[in-house]
Design a protein around this ligand. Structure first.
Ligand code: FPP
Length: 235
């Protein structure tokens, strides 16, 4: 049986910015800049395809290991690009959202993120979520701590803890599970991204680097998803 159902939630590991730029004899940061432009095309195409949730891995908890100059560039790119994307969000009815521990970012970046979240909160076509200082292990550890705290204080009974309870303590508490996980850049791993939420996701890998990813590639991935048989552990 072929399912023509659309993925409700697509998550993307946007890998290969640095290698793409170096292959052109440019600095790695140029790859991040072009990568941030590709986000516009993929956001618009997701709206076009009637995808409801698009989650992009923009900065992982492991990315702090990079040279300080690259980290600084990524944070400053985030600032300028999200500010610039406000029109895109308005014109395409996109709600902006963030998952991850953003407390580590500069105050003006946090203010900008919260401001954009607030301004776009009533937009309905697509929820675009950026994973920033995000890691699944961080997320699950934080959820365990909060659950332990609420159990100690009597707000929660240990015997009542279910999968549903855990989901309510994750950064993604208001979001559906991932249906389709795309990774560009040729590596075939999940890199600490949405481990709980991708338990039954279909995985599609592209050899091309993120700055080369096009709306046609997104359409191809959705098409392939629609031809996969999803059994969720059943027969
Ligand atoms: C992975 O490529 C990419 C990142 C760590 C950053 C992703 C960020 C962007 C695409 C910019 C997003 C910005 C906004 C505002 C949405 P890599 O550097 O690890 O590439 P490599 O594997 O070739 O080194």
């Amino acid at each position: 049986m072929v399912s023509a159902v659309l993925p409700l939630h697509i998550a993307v590991i946007m890998d290969g910015n640095g290698r793409w730029a170096l292959s052109l004899g440019k600095k790695r940061t140029y790859g991040h800049y072009i990568g941030s432009k590709v986000v516009d095309d993929i956001t618009k195409e997701s709206v076009n395809l009637k995808i409801k949730y698009l989650t992009l891995y923009a900065f992982s908890t492991e990315n702090w290991k990079r040279p300080k100059t690259e980290i600084k560039f990524l944070i400053s790119l985030l600032h300028t690009q999200i500010t610039k994307k406000e029109n895109l969000f308005k014109e395409n009815n996109v709600r902006f959202n963030v998952i991850g521990d953003i407390s580590v970012f500069p105050q003006r970046t946090r203010d900008m993120l919260e401001n954009t979240i607030e301004k776009t909160k009533n937009n309905k076509a697509l929820t675009l979520t950026l994973a920033l200082n995000y890691g699944s292990k961080l997320e699950i550890t934080a959820a365990c701590k909060k659950i332990a705290h609420d159990t100690e204080s009597g707000r929660l009974q240990a015997c009542d803890i279910s999968e549903n309870t855990i989901e309510k303590y994750l950064f993604t508490k208001d979001m559906p599970d991932v249906d389709l996980l795309i990774r560009t850049g040729g590596e075939k791993r999940i890199s600490n991204f949405l481990l709980w939420q991708s338990s039954y996701a279909e995985l599609i890998f592209f050899d091309k680097y993120w700055p080369e990813f096009t709306k046609e590639d997104l359409r191809d991935a959705v098409h392939e998803f629609q031809h996969r048989k999803r059994r969720f552990g059943g027969l």
